[in-house]
Design a protein around this ligand. Structure first.
Ligand SMILES: *Cc1c(COP(=O)(O)O)cnc(C)c1O
Length: 443
């Protein structure tokens, strides 16, 4: 490193615009990070931190996994980028095949052939994977005999990314309000996490599907966990019920697995908790192992078939880096690591510890609400007032002082560490979170 901490902070203050950060931030200055490996990173002064949120949910295999670095290096010797228009290559074709083999329903011989998730459209990140899903569904219906199907149903508290289409289906008011006039109209139904019960959330969707019978293009959900809303875990039965409701009205179900996919909830895809096969599945984040952004939207044969015919029926969409060979090669290695290093077994081993830590906190402090855990996710509510409250930030500061990096979601404090975190590091992480919450609520 050529510049020291103070010099870097001065440049940062002058020029770097941070995400989700007030312009006049009077909190702690950012940590200046020099290095990361596994579940930890180090600042320029050599202080070590545990990455409790896998760097915004991407480092499920930890940082700088040696196999991923090797795959990146190998691929970079051959081909780093090429357009996917009129061209194809080994990494894109093999990854598509291997990704399809992981899809929910792949082994289900009773699944109709046209319901199989077998068509992979590559893009850049979670938001674009959702944009692709929205446009695929919209165009499918537009060129069917049911062209009035243009509207989407999405859940209260949903998060689907940052682009304008993804923000439209998103249901967190704090992220939407200011862009209101730009967003397309979505039918919003209650979160299945609602205290009044997931059945009520199903009823609302069924009612909307009935009322707007031939105008709904798709129902879009984060399966099992609404991540950004505050790690709201809901019943698999909700997902099954809306799959059935979508089938009854012959409408698509889009599963946004950008956060929940790749083992985060204990199964490879969260849809598997409900044995549900969506019509479209979005994946990104952990797919490229915290090396760089990369995404895929996997659609059913039926949807693909809707684009057959003349040139005028083609999907006129594609990002510059669509199917980037480095991304494909790294994602292939990610999938190989899950298969060969038994990553899901590791999730099963750490899940009870995470659950126990959050349940113990709730027992100790009656003011803490709704301890919840699934797979490698644990969360608790501090009982404060929504997204902009600062109680969570007091935990953030207390945790940093203990060498744990976490980010609260409003009044929810959660952990979503690398799935491959080792036992001593997990123990240190859970202990650090427990101590930090204790300290922050005492003040
Ligand atoms: C993070 C996230 C996105 C957006 O992904 P980006 O890579 O940040 O664009 C979309 N959907 C869900 C469920 C997410 O958690």
């Amino acid at each position: 490193m050529t510049l020291d901490r103070a010099a870097l902070l001065a440049l940062d203050r002058a020029h770097v615009w941070h995400p989700y950060t007030p312009a006049h931030d009077d909190g702690l200055p950012p940590l200046v990070v020099a290095r990361a490996e596994g579940a930890r990173f180090w600042d320029v002064d050599g202080r070590s931190f545990i990455d409790a949120n896998s760097s915004w949910w991407v480092a499920s295999l930890g940082h700088r996994h040696p196999r991923l670095l090797a795959a990146l290096s190998r691929q970079s010797q051959e081909l780093t980028h090429i357009a996917l228009g009129g061209l194809t290559h080994e990494p894109a074709t093999l990854l598509a095949r291997e990704l399809v083999e992981t899809m929910p329903g792949y082994r289900d011989t009773t699944l109709a052939a046209d319901r199989r998730l077998a068509r992979v459209f590559y893009s850049d990140d979670g938001s674009t994977s959702v944009e692709v899903a929205i446009k695929l569904c919209a165009q499918y219906w537009a060129q069917s005999t049911r062209a009035k199907r243009t509207r989407f149903i999405a859940l209260s508290g949903a998060f689907h990314g940052e682009t304008v289409g993804a923000t439209s289906v998103g249901g967190i008011d704090a992220f939407r309000a200011v862009y209101g006039p730009l967003l397309f109209d979505v039918i919003r139904t209650p979160s299945p996490h609602d205290a009044r019960g997931w059945e009520r959330a199903v009823d609302a969707i069924v009612r909307e599907l009935d009322a707007h019978r031939d105008t709904i293009a798709a129902v879009v959900v984060e399966p099992i966990v609404q991540g950004a809303a505050g790690m709201r875990v809901y019943e698999p039965a909700f997902l099954r019920a809306i799959r059935e409701a979508c089938d009854r009205s012959d409408t698509f179900l889009v599963a946004d697995e950008v956060f929940t996919g790749l083992g985060r909830t204990g199964t490879f895809w969260a849809c598997e908790h409900a044995q549900v096969v969506p019509d479209v599945l979005c994946t990104a984040k952990a797919l490229s192992g915290a090396l760089f952004p990369f995404a895929a939207t996997v659609a059913s044969e039926r949807i693909y078939d809707g684009f057959r015919g003349g040139r005028d029926r083609a999907f006129l969409y594609g990002h510059s880096y669509c199917g980037n060979p480095l991304g494909c090669a790294v994602a292939r290695e990610v999938l190989a690591i899950y298969r060969e290093e038994r990553v899901l077994d590791r999730v099963a081993a750490i899940a009870p510890k995470i659950r126990a830590a959050f349940e113990a906190l709730a027992e100790e402090h009656p003011s803490l609400a709704r301890p919840r855990a699934i797979g490698a996710i644990g969360a608790i509510d501090l009982g404060a007032q929504g997204y902009l409250d600062d109680k969570g930030w007091r935990v953030y500061e207390a945790a940093l002082a203990r060498g744990v990096y976490l980010r609260p979601l409003g009044d929810t404090v959660y952990v979503a560490p690398p799935l491959v975190i080792d036992d001593p590091t997990l123990d240190a992480l859970l202990d650090g979170v427990t101590q930090s919450i204790r300290e922050a609520i005492k003040r």
